[in-house]
Design a protein around this ligand. Sequence first.
Ligand code: BTN
Length: 244
Amino acid sequence: MSENCWKYVYLEKIDSTNNYIRENLNTLSDRTVITAVEQTSGKGRLGRTWASPPGGLYFSILWKPAPIPGFASRVSLMIADAICSVIGEEGINAEIKWPNDIIINNRKLGGILAESGTHPVSWLIVGVGLNLDIAPNLNRIGGKLDPIALNALVEKHLHPVPLLERFLAAVDRIWPDRIKNPLEICLNSINNRLWFKGKTARLARGQEISSGMISGIDESGRLILTTAAGILKSETGELILPIQ
Ligand code: BTN
């Protein structure tokens, strides 16, 4: 098998595909993709849970060694772009809510959770959860977004495994050379898909709330917010939407 192939591991049931990789870092190799029909303790961002009954697509990708330390948010945005491009092939407009939610019709289709570390070598895991047949993930904190299921929108039922293969083929098209900053290649595309661009939003960073217009994402993956006090570029935070 070529080093550059994706290596697929299909599981029926696991606590979390991200955790599975973390627990098997010593034996799993670069570009391994773990998929599960069901997760019993799916993890979301900011310590939330990700409800993962059968009927969704749950997968995690391992890069070992990690592309470039510090590139986790850029790789996550690139993956979001790849997912949106494949969904676009089905005639559906998917958008990216910074930092890395997938949105259709102002509803949350899925999310991305990146984790990274340096032991035993540098590693990056990007985990993706997408609602396919069902939409269990009520992520009402902050964004007040209802969930949406992809298969409720398409004429021909999309099966998880072929869809996953299409996503990974899109990743290879967008980011064939893992050395480069992925955002050098797909930043324009991401900014074109950026949900709420040009509109007013609030950004929560801990207790601090900043209000402004979403102007875009920069080449480091930071959100650019134009506030009354000037341009704010933020690496972290949660958008609170919308302002009525
Ligand atoms: C979020 O929107 O908060 C991110 C959700 C990420 C969920 C996926 S499902 C596959 C992978 N395994 C996990 O435990 N979480 C991610």
